[in-house]
Design a protein around this ligand. Structure first.
Ligand SMILES: [Zn+2]
Length: 446
């Protein structure tokens, strides 16, 4: 009998624990009615600590900046889920809380999911384009991890998590005015520069101010998605966005055609091109080759501004190469900046010149800076893989093959079809023999 009593007591205990756990979730909405839209969205059984992290970040920002849900002047930026992790825990669910609390979304164009490596801190930023104010919240990793550990062990109380103060959950909360109209002036940039030195936005200052600035002036979805991948906007990324626009307009794709980008040389542009054209490295639609100084010297002047080779290839393998140029000197002069200041990392100039160009280039058209340096039919290249393996192979030089620069005088490997080495050797040998014979004959006459 005693044994049966024990079993009954254990059963009652387990039952009460289960009921307790369910009612803790159930009571979350009765404790916090404002969570109803979030709980409805993710499901009562699914609501988690990470959903609430995004909610609490938005709630704090709304309180500090004084905006309400769905305010069209607000841009939210975060690396949640793309792909900042908290130790072994992923963070994408924070986006649910953020969207439901602040009323922002990628669909509305006012949520930017900034790409960062898996080991980077989890952060949120909110920008109000009406006032220029921006608030940055960086999550306290070890503190949040302790809650996630409890959740993984099945012993978390979400109502208790809702009680956590912002000062405990976030290791950094900072607020600054980032009004782009002020920051693109040299005086404004000088006055703001201390925020870079002090890492006011946790080292994400450049990402936050550049994306917010271009967004506030009106940004296309394609450019915004490129900015997410690249994690900032710089004139290099703008050049890639402009090149994509240029190709779409002047070389529209026919059915079955696609772009293969030979990034010769690569720069920020190629992240926009991968995103917009889906010309990704992994799918072999982008191949990268650098142009070192000793090669650059040999390029004709009109090719000094070379901004990549764009190959349009059809299903049957027929390919056409378009070599484009990008006029940095004109871009800098139109934006009222000096090109060498891009490299001045000892002052405000490196970021000020980029931010100013970001904003000012939006007033211009791709045709003002892009030129077609060459168009060449490549004939039938078989497949993309075969074409890349030939033109962009180790040791190959597509600039020589396209006739843009003279061949190296040393034994530079060439693409398979064009091995002139044997005839050239014969000619050299013939000239050498003829010269020796001439000298011998001359000496004999003496
Ligand atoms: Zn860049």
């Amino acid at each position: 009998m005693r044994k049966e009593w024990k079993t009954l007591i254990v059963a009652i205990f387990i039952g009460s624990v289960c009921i307790g756990a369910v009612s803790a979730q159930g009571s979350l909405v009765s404790d916090y009615p404002e969570l109803k839209p979030l709980v409805d969205f993710v499901g009562e059984e699914e609501i988690s600590v990470m959903d609430l992290v995004g909610y609490k970040a938005a709630e704090k920002a709304m309180e500090e900046l004084g905006f309400s849900k769905g305010d069209p002047n607000i841009l939210a930026l975060t690396d949640a889920g793309y792909i900042a992790n908290i130790d072994k825990y992923s963070t994408e669910r924070a986006l649910n809380g953020l969207m439901m609390a602040a009323g922002v979304s990628q669909g509305k164009g006012n949520l930017v999911n900034v790409h960062r490596a898996y080991n980077k801190p989890l952060w949120f930023a909110f920008f109000d384009k009406e006032t220029g104010d921006c608030i940055y919240l960086e999550v306290n990793k070890s503190y949040l991890k302790s809650w996630l550990d409890r959740e993984a062990a099945g012993s978390v109380n979400l109502s208790a998590f809702m009680e956590v103060g912002a000062d405990a959950l976030f290791s950094k909360i900072s607020r600054e005015n980032i009004d782009p109209d002020r920051l693109i002036t040299e005086e404004g940039a000088k006055a703001w520069h201390h925020n870079f030195e002090e890492k006011t936005f946790g080292g994400n200052e450049f990402s936050i101010i550049t994306i917010s600035a271009v967004w506030s002036k009106g940004i296309s979805n394609e450019f915004l998605r490129s900015a997410e991948l690249h994690n900032h906007i710089c004139p290099g990324l703008t050049s890639g966005y402009f090149i994509a626009e240029y190709l779409k307009k002047h070389y529209p794709l026919e059915k079955g055609e696609q772009w293969v980008v030979w990034a010769v040389p690569p720069w920020c542009k190629d992240d926009a091109l991968q995103q917009i054209l889906d010309a990704t490295v992994g799918k072999r639609c982008m191949a990268v080759m650098y142009i070192p100084g000793n090669i650059s010297k040999k390029l004709p002047p009109e090719y000094k501004n070379i901004a990549g080779i764009y190959v349009k290839i059809g299903k049957t393998g027929e390919a056409k190469a378009i070599v484009l140029g990008w006029d940095w000197d004109k871009a800098c002069s139109d934006c009222g900046i000096t090109r060498k200041d891009f490299k001045d990392f000892s002052s405000y100039k490196w970021w000020w010149t980029r931010l100013r160009a970001d904003v000012m280039l939006m007033e211009h058209e791709p045709e003002e800076y892009i030129s077609v340096l060459m168009e060449k039919d490549l004939g039938n290249q078989g497949s993309i893989k075969e074409m890349n393996a030939k033109w962009m192979a180790v040791g190959a030089n597509p600039l020589v093959e396209l006739g843009i620069m003279p061949p190296e005088n040393t034994a530079t490997p060439k693409t398979p079809e064009k091995t002139h080495s044997i005839p050239v050797t014969c000619v050299i040998a013939a000239i050498a023999i003829a010269s020796v014979l001439a000298i011998v004959r001359k000496n004999m006459r003496k």
